[in-house]
Ligand binder design. Structure first.
Ligand SMILES: O=C(O)CCC(=O)C(=O)O
Length: 300
């Protein structure tokens, strides 16, 4: 699969930071989910860089068309990330165990450094979609790169349509089982919560599919709700895992660099990450969004 389309925001970068400062005006980060503040920021941005709205409007268009987009030269301050995407989508909280946040700092911690989240592992992350055990996973995931120094930590993206196509080409009749509604998803660290029942694949009816998948969540679901599905349907999930892990799978690999903000549709793409070298320093900021749509400029 080719490299994601790229939109370089170099010409708006400092204006974005300025517009964010003005619109935020010292308010807490959580207030930036408010659409009025975002519109104020967009207005300011357009004053500073005429035509900036046209640039921002390429974001929802590219996401609808390709399901992924790489923004370059984005200032990775928490508030700027929210304002930038908040202009063209609705920010959603990340719902982590340690409290919902609008921006999550991900990475292995370096001693003495504060990180928001307990995702401190350096191991490989298998292909998955985010928040699969939640009733309504986010439509769009944004991974902004603050640092990615040293070896490892490469990102992998796989389009679910490509996997389904491959399974169908191979005549895998079990694929149909993945459309069943009752796959139980339970986060391994939140087993007190009831399972979320949902299909692995949704057929959109036009040759395209949506996916919800994390191997560990389904394994926990199976262990705690063994009767939710027949063995035959569980076999379909195992088969799907095999196609995802196949060396020959169609995939996009990229290495995020400082200033990159990778956006992808969490329903159309599974994502993963290569192991991170013990000596490497890596920090990503993750944001979730729903309903990407064009910028609405305020009427003045
Ligand atoms: O570290 C990364 O590149 C991705 C992290 C991730 O996929 C996750 O936390 O769900």
């Amino acid at each position: 699969m080719p490299h994601p389309p790229i939109l370089d925001l170099e010409n708006c970068a400092s204006a974005l930071a300025d517009a964010t400062d003005r619109a935020r005006a010292g308010r807490p980060l959580d207030d930036l989910a408010d659409s009025g503040i975002q519109l104020e920021a967009v207005h300011r941005l357009n004053q500073l860089v005429p035509g900036a709205t046209t640039t921002l409007n390429q974001i929802p268009t590219a996401l609808a068309q390709h399901g992924l987009l790489l923004l370059r030269n984005v200032p990775a301050a928490d508030d700027t990330l929210l304002i930038l995407l908040g202009a063209v989508a609705a920010p959603a909280t990340t719902c982590e165990a340690n409290g919902p946040r609008l921006v999550d700092h991900l990475s292995p911690a370096v001693s003495g450094e504060e990180r928001h989240r307990a995702q401190n592992q350096r191991s490989e992350m298998l292909l998955h979609t985010d928040a699969s055990a939640q009733q309504a996973p986010p439509d769009i995931v944004g991974l902004a790169c603050v640092a990615n120094e040293g070896n490892g930590g490469g990102s992998v993206l796989v389009a679910v349509d490509d996997i389904v196509k491959r399974m169908c080409q191979d005549g895998q009749k079990r694929t149909i089982g993945l459309l069943q509604n009752d796959f139980p998803y339970i986060h391994p660290q939140r087993t007190e919560r009831p399972a979320t029942l949902a299909p692995v694949l949704r057929d959109l009816g036009d040759g395209h599919f949506h996916v919800r998948y994390r191997k560990e969540n389904l394994e926990t679901g199976k262990a705690l709700c063994p009767d939710a599905l027949t063995e035959d349907t569980w076999a379909a999930a195992k088969l799907f895992a095999r196609y995802l892990e196949a060396d020959s799978r169609p995939q996009t690999t990229l290495r995020l660099q400082r200033g990159d903000y990778l956006l992808f549709d969490n329903r159309r793409y599974l994502h993963g990450r290569a192991a991170i070298d013990p000596a490497a320093y890596r920090l990503l900021k993750r944001t979730y969004f729903t309903h990407p749509t064009k910028v609405q400029e305020p009427v003045r």
